[in-house]
Ligand binder design. Structure first.
Ligand SMILES: [Zn+2]
Length: 490
């Protein structure tokens, strides 16, 4: 039974009075407070140089034993051991009059459009926030729980082949319950950040960290930039630090079957230890072809390795915080679009039957594809609705959010074409698969990112050659004021 509770306040909102009653009450209270403080809110946002910013965190550590994501070769089963708790954290920018924008980071291997859409639709309906003003960025930790985005949750894997057996029901139960409750937690942290908004001084700068190494080519492309955004209260106390770096979170390998945020979680913890009361958020750039690398690290124990890498980020953050940062006095304006990324080839039934002889994930995928066809379904022709999003903070900062595991070429090209004030977050809104560039699609050493990873992601083939141009074009369409200055690729 559902009752609709109308809140008559500005152009707000219909709050559904259902199983989310508790949250609805909080929202209603917030909106009443916002209404009564509307004039005060305008005055607050006009305080010189300030933006209203809210910060919040919520624990998203699995509450049951669960299989971990990342590493197709992971052979161990469920884990109960938690070495580091996992969090979702949110920053809410802008007053109600300006239209608030919410950035959420999650300590997870990825995020599916299914989960993101639930959160954005709920926030649109219950808090009046437009789709373009909400983004979820995943850390890509390989020591987080399965969230249903990769094929290795579907079956046992023997050393020589994929089996046809489904996971035990208890394993699927734990994964399914985790995935099912995640949107509610992300909605809660978004609302908490909205409630927490108060005038803040925001500034940003770009540092550098050198541990990301191209994992396919010696001296291959990599993005070592480390942008940082600082949020302080009007007295100058730090409330939040958002950092971005482009590298896989794979310091802990597949032998470690314990929950941990990897170098991303470690960096967040170290920054928060330096700044008690503040939250640290780390989003990942275009680092899908980069792994962490540090001289002598192999001699360390696994947790020492994570600490060594996380410390590089935390140390560079401290250095940046001691330098003059550029003020950000404009609240973000979001733009969002979804585009089609066609695959290079859709296999025929005969080709799939031949492909089943392959003992790798490619053969396993062929059996799944044949099953789809036999049940009257069709293979997808493209990654439909690939998300591309931009947030412009006036002319002071432009954040670009790309879905999927985008490789370093995207960052290099976009910065080349759009200039110095660009900050690029990948693994955002949806992680449907890797996103190689035109160069990588013609580089045999990128065979995993180009093709074999696609089968783990339940996709029929590599992308068509124009995948890069489609994405770059979409970014430019969302940023009409930023004219391309240089083309890196023909
Ligand atoms: Zn990856």
């Amino acid at each position: 039974m559902r009752t609709i509770l109308m809140i008559h306040c500005k152009n707000y909102l219909a709050v559904e009075y259902n199983s989310k009653f508790y949250l609805a009450v909080i929202i209603a209270f917030t909106m009443v407070m916002n209404c009564t403080n509307a004039i005060a809110g305008i005055i607050k946002t006009n305080a010189k140089g300030t933006i209203e910013v809210g910060v919040a965190r919520i624990d998203i550590t699995p509450e049951t034993p669960i299989r971990l994501a990342g590493f197709g070769v992971r052979s161990k089963l469920e884990t109960e051991e938690v070495l580091m708790r996992l969090n979702a954290k949110a920053l809410a920018f802008g007053s109600d009059a300006q239209g608030p924008s919410i950035l959420i980071t999650v300590d997870l291997v990825g995020i599916s459009s299914h989960i993101t859409n639930q959160v954005t639709e709920w926030l649109a309906k219950n808090a009046g926030i437009e789709r373009s003003r909400v983004v979820i960025c995943a850390s890509h930790t390989h020591s987080g729980p399965e969230i249903g985005t990769l094929l290795n949750i579907l079956q046992y894997r023997s050393p020589i082949a994929f089996s046809d057996s489904l996971l035990p029901v208890s394993h699927m139960n734990h994964i399914a319950h985790y995935v099912d409750q995640l949107p509610g937690k992300l909605e809660q942290v978004a609302i908490a950040a909205l409630q927490n908004r108060k005038p803040a001084l925001v500034s940003w700068g770009i540092g550098e960290a050198g541990f990301a190494k191209n994992r396919r080519m010696a001296n291959g492309p990599v993005d070592h930039a480390m942008p940082l955004l600082r949020v302080t209260d009007i007295e100058g106390n730090i409330r939040a630090i958002l950092v971005n770096y482009a590298c896989h979170a794979v310091v802990l390998d597949y032998n470690s079957n314990k929950i941990h945020g990897d170098w991303v979680g470690e960096a967040q913890q170290l920054i928060e230890q330096k700044h008690p009361g503040a939250i640290a958020l780390v989003a990942i750039g275009c680092g899908a072809d980069a792994n962490p690398s540090l001289e002598g690290i192999e001699k360390m124990a696994p947790l020492e390795q994570v600490n060594a890498i996380g410390s590089i980020i935390a140390t560079e953050a401290e250095r940046l915080l001691s330098t003059p940062l550029q003020p950000v006095t404009a609240y973000p304006v979001g733009r969002f679009k979804q585009i089609d990324l066609p695959f290079a080839h859709i296999p025929t039934v005969d080709e799939l039957i031949e492909q089943t002889n392959n003992k790798t994930v490619k053969g396993y995928y062929a059996r799944l594809a044949l099953n789809t066809i036999a049940r009257g379904g069709a293979l997808p022709l493209s990654v439909a609705a690939y998300p591309v999003q931009t947030w412009t903070f006036g002319k002071q900062l432009v954040m670009i959010f790309l879905g999927g595991e985008a490789i370093s070429d995207y960052s290099i090209r976009l910065k080349n074409e759009l200039g110095e004030k660009i900050w690029i977050n990948a693994y955002s809104n949806d992680v449907p698969c890797y996103v190689p560039s035109r160069r990588a699609l013609h580089e045999p050493r990128y065979g995993y990112e180009d093709e074999s990873s696609m089968y783990y992601y339940n996709k029929p083939s590599r992308f068509a050659d124009d995948v890069e141009d489609r994405i770059i074009t979409a970014v430019h369409e969302l940023l009409p004021h930023y004219k391309p200055v240089k083309r890196s690729y023909k």
